[in-house]
Design a protein around this ligand. Structure first.
Ligand SMILES: NC(=O)c1ccc[n+]([C@@H]2O[C@H](COP(=O)([O-])OP(=O)(O)OC[C@H]3O[C@@H](n4cnc5c(N)ncnc54)[C@H](O)[C@@H]3O)[C@@H](O)[C@H]2O)c1
Length: 310
């Protein structure tokens, strides 16, 4: 099967592209390299350095004729979306509409759309957050990512588009940039390995659902054969505090300093974690990488990268 991964040169998309390739599929990537890097991909995965908003995207679809499209490309910074909501919408809404249009015109069998479970919900009304939880975004990013879910629903009804939505919580793992929604793991790892002070915003008791990128790569494989029009949370179901992340990473990196506590970030959700029982029931998926092993592997990756950088 031929799979086209948008955003496949990025942190999560590159792991997903590799997982499809390892499962025997032919994989091509579309990425404008705004945050992604060509070196995140092995040479056997072809990279088209194209913007998802551009008319060139249709040319890539015409040349490659993918059966499955996995849509990871996005403007992912919550802070940037607060400053530049128009740009955020151009990439995340209009870019996604271009992807959907190409899928419809080129007879793509399945579109897997990557959404967010964290940024779209706001402060949860109950925990864990399931797929029925009301949507109440606190940022243009949460709004733009969620908006595409409505378009998908619409194009399924009006044009028979077959799609599956995966809603991610906070993702961590090798290749993560310290700017994403789960940047805390990348930021703490880098600071600890350099022996620099680590600042925790607020009390550190705020909780998130931290999922290792390898677990998500597996969810993306399973999503290809999911029923059309379904949406799945893919998280651990467990809230982990930032203090706990600090403690485990400090143990992995041999960091002996205490954290410095700064003011809490305004507008930050206090506690959120996702109920992924639907994915377990219907896709046979659940998170398997423990926080300890996932953080140890991630810290090792950052250690090696620092060593190479000198
Ligand atoms: N990191 C998280 O914790 C998290 C949580 C929830 C959802 N997500 C979603 O996962 C996806 C991947 O995020 P990531 O953390 O790997 O970020 P990332 O920035 O590493 O990946 C995004 C990729 O998209 C590419 N891209 C951006 N704009 C583009 C455009 N206009 N045309 C073509 N390519 C473009 C970038 O170059 C990059 O390679 C995004 O859709 C994001 O919204 C991430």
């Amino acid at each position: 099967m031929k799979v086209l991964v948008t955003g496949g040169a990025g942190f999560i998309g590159s792991h997903v592209a590799e997982a499809y390739a390892a499962a025997g599929h032919e994989v091509v990537v579309v990425d404008n390299l705004s945050t992604g890097k060509a070196e995140n991909l092995p040479p056997h995965i072809r990279l088209h350095p194209v913007d998802i908003r551009s008319p060139q995207l249709a040319e890539v679809f015409a040349a490659e004729r993918p059966e499955v499209v996995n849509h990871h490309a996005a403007q992912i910074s919550v802070n940037f979306s607060l400053r530049e909501p128009r740009f955020d919408a151009e990439v995340n809404v209009l870019g996604s509409l271009n992807v959907i249009d190409c899928c419809l015109r080129h007879d793509v069998r399945k579109l897997v759309y990557i959404s967010t479970g964290g940024a779209a919900v706001g402060e949860p009304r109950y925990l864990p957050v399931d797929e029925q939880h009301p949507v109440d975004p606190l940022s243009p990013y949460g709004c733009s990512k969620h908006t595409v879910e409505h378009y998908l629903y619409l194009f399924r009804k009006s044009a028979g588009l077959d799609y599956t939505v995966l809603r991610y919580p906070n993702v961590y793992g090798p290749r993560q940039d310290p700017h994403g929604e789960a940047g805390v793991v990348a930021i703490f790892s880098g600071l600890m390995l350099r022996g620099q002070p680590v600042r925790i915003n607020g009390t550190g008791e705020q909780e998130r659902d931290f999922i290792h990128v390898a677990d998500l790569a597996r969810a993306n494989l399973l999503a290809v054969s999911a029923a059309a029009g379904e949406m799945y949370n893919v998280g651990t179901g467990v809230g982990t505090s930032v203090n706990e992340i600090f403690r485990v990473l400090a143990a992995c990196t041999g960091y002996a300093q205490d954290p410095v506590h700064g003011p809490a970030l305004p507008g930050e959700v206090f506690k959120i974690y996702l109920d992924s029982s639907k994915a377990e029931r219907e896709l046979g998926w659940r998170a398997t990488v423990s926080l300890e092993e996932g953080l140890a592997e991630t810290a090792d990756w950052f250690r090696q990268r620092l060593a190479v950088a000198g």
